[in-house]
Ligand binder design. Structure first.
Ligand code: NAP
Length: 314
């Protein structure tokens, strides 16, 4: 369905979506896709600077606000046809079963979204979780993502939810491959933690396409879908591929568990946003791949090799 739907009175009404986390890497693609098909989009962001690019999209509205404040989500949801939640964080102070930042972004915020949706009479909610989200997963990140999913499954059928679980996502401005590109540019030797961890990277536009397509598919309600690419890679091979694209001859040294832990600890303690944490390392203890179809709805996943050279090649 495009940006218009037939109302009971026979008039065509524009459709409007709230995209929480819509100023981020995946959210921007979701918002752009919705705007491209003629929908109105509201994107809340905590900082004008983080969301400024959204104001360039003709039918998107940026709202600088904190969605955790009482009443904010309810006000944003007024007149919306669905809400899409893409809020996520990669780091948190530690805690059991997960730290406060994970609890806030991955569990409490979904609770607020579900409560606000019910108060606003909005039934359709799409949520982005993560591949490997399990209550007993090795990392706090993945555990918190599983508790976040439960917010929707517990609210079903009062809420028409659809959940997506991407593997690591690539595309221009990704954090993952771009981070390795910076590292291979800087260092001739790369001691690599979790070198054998396996991933099935998925293209950001495929992720956005699946989410947007699902909005109007009633048979996706109450379901969760993995979102993956066509190929499984060990982390070592991905880093080696990035080095090839950067035209750098690099020595990759696989770190064993003890040295991987020490590297993650050192990076976690370094000032600024950490490149890696012990929790990120624990996430890599489980393969980030699917045995199911990589993408739903008959979609063909885009190959990493057809996109990555466009933004990583030197
Ligand atoms: N990228 C990947 O490889 C990947 C893989 C698997 C799953 N995911 C999941 O996909 C979703 C989107 O990921 P992404 O890569 O697009 O992340 P991103 O670029 O970091 O964007 C995340 C968004 O979350 C918002 N946010 C973070 N903490 C918040 C808080 N406390 N309150 C309100 N908003 C908050 C940020 O909003 P502001 O504009 O206010 O900063 C930001 O726009 C996340 O749930 C992530 O866990 C991503």
């Amino acid at each position: 369905m495009t940006g218009f739907m037939l109302r009971a009175d026979g008039h065509m009404a524009a459709r409007k979506y709230l995209v929480v986390g819509g100023a981020g890497f995946i959210g921007t693609q979701v918002a752009s896709r919705l705007v491209a098909r003629g929908d109105a989009v509201i994107v809340p962001s905590r900082k004008l600077e983080a969301g400024k690019h959204i104001t360039m999209l003709p039918t998107a509205r940026l709202e600088v606000c904190d969605v955790a404040k009482p009443g904010v989500l309810e006000a944003l949801m007024a007149g919306c046809d669905a809400v899409i939640n893409l809020v996520g964080v990669l780091q948190s102070p530690p805690g059991a079963p997960f730290g406060t930042a994970f609890a806030h972004a991955h569990v409490e915020l979904p609770r607020r979204i579900v409560a606000a949706a019910q108060a606003s009479g909005l039934k359709r909610v799409l949520h982005v979780s993560a591949l490997g989200a399990e209550r007993d997963a090795p990392s706090q990140y993945l555990r918190s993502k599983a508790y976040g999913e439960a917010v929707y499954t517990d609210a079903y059928p009062a809420v028409d939810y659809t959940i997506f679980r991407p593997s690591v996502v690539f595309g221009p401005k990704d954090n993952f491959l771009n981070m390795f590109a910076r590292l291979v540019d800087l260092f001739p030797v790369l001691p690599l933690a979790g070198a054998r961890a396996r991933f099935q990277p998925v293209y950001v536009r495929d992720v956005a396409a699946a989410i947007v397509q699902a909005i109007d598919m009633p048979d996706t309600v109450g379901k969760a879908y993995p979102l993956c690419g066509p190929t499984v890679y060990a982390l070592r091979d991905l880093v080696s591929y990035v080095a090839t694209l950067r035209r750098r001859t690099r020595v990759i040294i696989e770190l064993g568990p003890a040295l991987s832990y020490l590297q993650a600890l050192a990076l976690e303690m370094a000032p600024g946003e950490p490149l890696m944490s012990r929790d990120n390392l624990r996430s890599m203890e489980v393969d980030n791949i699917t045995l199911a179809k990589p993408l739903p709805f008959g979609m063909t996943p885009t190959a990493l090799e057809s996109v990555a050279p466009g933004y990583l090649a030197r």
